[in-house]
Design a protein around this ligand. Structure first.
Ligand code: GDP
Ligand code: K
Ligand code: MG
Length: 270
């Protein structure tokens, strides 16, 4: 048995997908100490049981709201074995921002590319093989509302899910800094696969992560030097913004390679 978390932006179709996957095998409770719904269910597929958690929607793993804090804490806990990242294909750039952070966690992961019905009706073509190649994560086109593509997705999430095949090579020195930061974290108890995520967050100076990770003075100094070396080139940029820029640049390249829009977009009645 394993536990899968459905993670995605608000309104990406998480609950619709959760309902499709778990049918009537659902239970609604609360997250400890707060009144946010905790929805769990399970999939029975070919004799195997997979527990599924429907997390609150988030745009990134830099939490501001209570829902985002809950989602991030769950994702960083060791309660989950795999991530089902649901992506709104009609808002690919924005949705992939969270995807890139999830890839940094290095956990077994599958992407469900949702709203494929809307994408197709707009004559937009998304090359899922190209996306998979660039992201290092398998991509399954679905329409959660219409129930399209569900068999292949079910097969994937109940089978042996794999961690991302590679970490993205962000430009502007950001990728190199993350790799070096991950090496510094080898001396800590952060799980090996998730060091790229933690390194990025420490370099960004994320206060919750900084207080969560126990670094020696020497390690802390090395991290600070790395971050300072990066920002020396980008006067006036704070660290978080610099990372966001590098991630969006990367996403732009991925989308350029995998999405073909019609030369003459269909006019939709307003
Ligand atoms: P959540 O906020 O991520 O839980 O998103 P919901 O599951 O509540 O879905 C948000 C809205 O998108 C609802 O009106 C759904 O019916 C709709 N929706 C979800 N999946 C699809 C899809 O694949 N295609 C279309 N056209 N609409 C969808
Ligand atoms: K909603
Ligand atoms: Mg929902």
């Amino acid at each position: 048995m394993h536990t899968l978390a459905i993670i995605g932006n608000p309104n990406s179709g998480k609950t619709t997908l959760f309902n499709r996957l778990t049918g009537s095998n659902q239970h609604v409770g609360n997250w400890p100490g707060v009144t946010v719904d905790r929805k769990t269910g399970h999939i029975n597929y070919q004799g195997k049981r997979t527990d599924v958690v429907d997390l609150p929607g988030i745009y990134s793993l830099s939490p501001y709201t209570q829902e985002e804090i809950i989602a991030r804490e769950f994702v960083l806990s060791d309660e989950l074995d795999g991530i089902l990242n649901i992506v709104d294909a009609t808002n690919l750039e924005r949705n992939l921002y969270l995807t890139m952070q999830l890839i940094g966690l290095g956990l077994p992961m599958v992407i469900a590319l949702n709203f494929i019905d809307d994408v197709e009706s707009q004559d937009i073509h998304i090359d899922c093989n190209k996306l998979r190649e660039r992201l290092g994560v398998p991509v399954y086109p679905i329409s959660a509302r219409r129930g399209l593509g569900m068999d292949a997705l079910l097969e994937a999430v109940t089978g042996e899910m794999q961690p991302p095949t590679h970490q993205p090579a962000y430009l502007h020195g950001v990728g190199a800094a993350i790799r070096r930061g991950a090496e510094i974290l080898e001396q800590t108890n952060i799980r090996a696969c998730s060091r790229p995520f933690y390194a990025a967050k420490l370099l960004e100076d994320d206060p919750q992560i900084v207080s969560h990770v126990q670094l020696s003075l020497e390690q802390r100094q090395e991290m600070d030097d790395l971050a300072d070396a990066l920002s020396a080139h980008e006067i006036g940029h704070d660290h978080e913004m610099m990372f966001a820029d590098a991630v969006y640049d990367y996403i732009e390249g991925v989308v350029r390679d995998s999405v073909r829009k019609p030369a003459h977009p269909k006019l939709t009645p307003t």
